[in-house]
Design a protein around this ligand. Structure first.
Ligand code: AP5
Ligand code: MG
Length: 213
């Protein structure tokens, strides 16, 4: 099963993608997580990506597309995957589409997690993320057992650099301009499904499971 998660920054794509990956035994692939891992390791890619991410801009397609295509070509992707944060532009979607078509394959579901902008800014300020394993928490909705420490791997939790209010509003603007058109793109392909992302995260997941099963 090949699934794409669509939705604004902070809509809960990562939260839901992790649950889907666990439930269906497929890898969760987040381009944002890949960039953050590179930033942490201080790679050239990380240095380049950080400039764009901290400004709330998209990392250029030239840098993003190759990373994603290399990742989905790995063995663990044979039975499918859930993409979180890719594609984010029409050109990215077209490249993915072409690559899949060459393999006689296609995306099965593009799931749009729908959350209005007003809710987003509130969510982001409360998010805490583990830089080591990528686990995500929220100080009110999903607090870690011990404040500031990841339940899964024991590392320190941080407020992402791009979760500052100024950057969040820029990310939302970029989302509406460059990523939202993908809703129409996948709707035309007949694979778009929408879920209400404002309800409790377990209820969002239940709605997604109904779609997938
Ligand atoms: P990325 O890491 O993908 O960030 P994003 O799309 O902005 O999305 P987020 O990770 O912020 O939110 P999410 O939807 O995953 O929400 P989450 O589950 O954490 O990308 C970061 C940057 O990298 C981009 O800005 C760009 O620069 C670059 N980039 C990445 N991919 C790229 C690409 N393909 N092309 C170009 N550039 C790219 O949830 C948010 C919070 O809400 C959490 O605290 C969570 O606990 C809480 N929450 C979740 N669900 C609920 C719920 N139902 N109720 C209450 N709280 C909830
Ligand atoms: Mg995410």
């Amino acid at each position: 099963m090949k699934i794409i998660m669509l939705g604004a920054p902070g809509a809960g794509k990562g939260t839901q993608a992790k649950m889907i990956a666990k439930e269906y035994g497929i890898p969760h692939i987040s381009t944002g997580d890949i960039f953050r891992a590179n930033i942490k390791e201080g790679t050239e890619l990380g240095k380049e990506a950080k400039k764009y991410m901290d400004a709330g801009q998209l990392v250029p397609d030239e840098l993003t597309v190759k990373i994603l295509l290399d990742r989905v070509a790995k063995d663990d992707c044979k039975n499918g995957y859930v993409l979180d944060g890719f594609p984010r532009t029409i050109p990215q979607a077209e490249v993915l589409d072409e690559a899949l078509t060459k393999l006689g394959d296609r995306i099965d579901f593009a799931i749009d997690v729908d959350v209005p902008d007003e809710n987003i800014v509130r969510r982001m300020g409360g998010r805490r993320a583990c830089v080591t394993c990528g686990a995500t928490y929220h100080i009110e909705h999903v607090p870690p057992k011990k404040e500031g420490i990841c339940d899964t791997c024991g590392s320190e939790l941080i407020l992402r650099d791009d979760d500052k209010p100024e950057t969040v509003s820029n990310r939302l603007k970029v989302y509406h301009e460059q990523t939202q058109p993908l809703i129409d793109f996948y709707s035309k392909k007949g694979v778009l499904k929408s879920v209400d992302g404002t309800v409790d995260m377990m209820d969002v997941f239940a709605a997604i499971k109904t779609i997938l099963e």
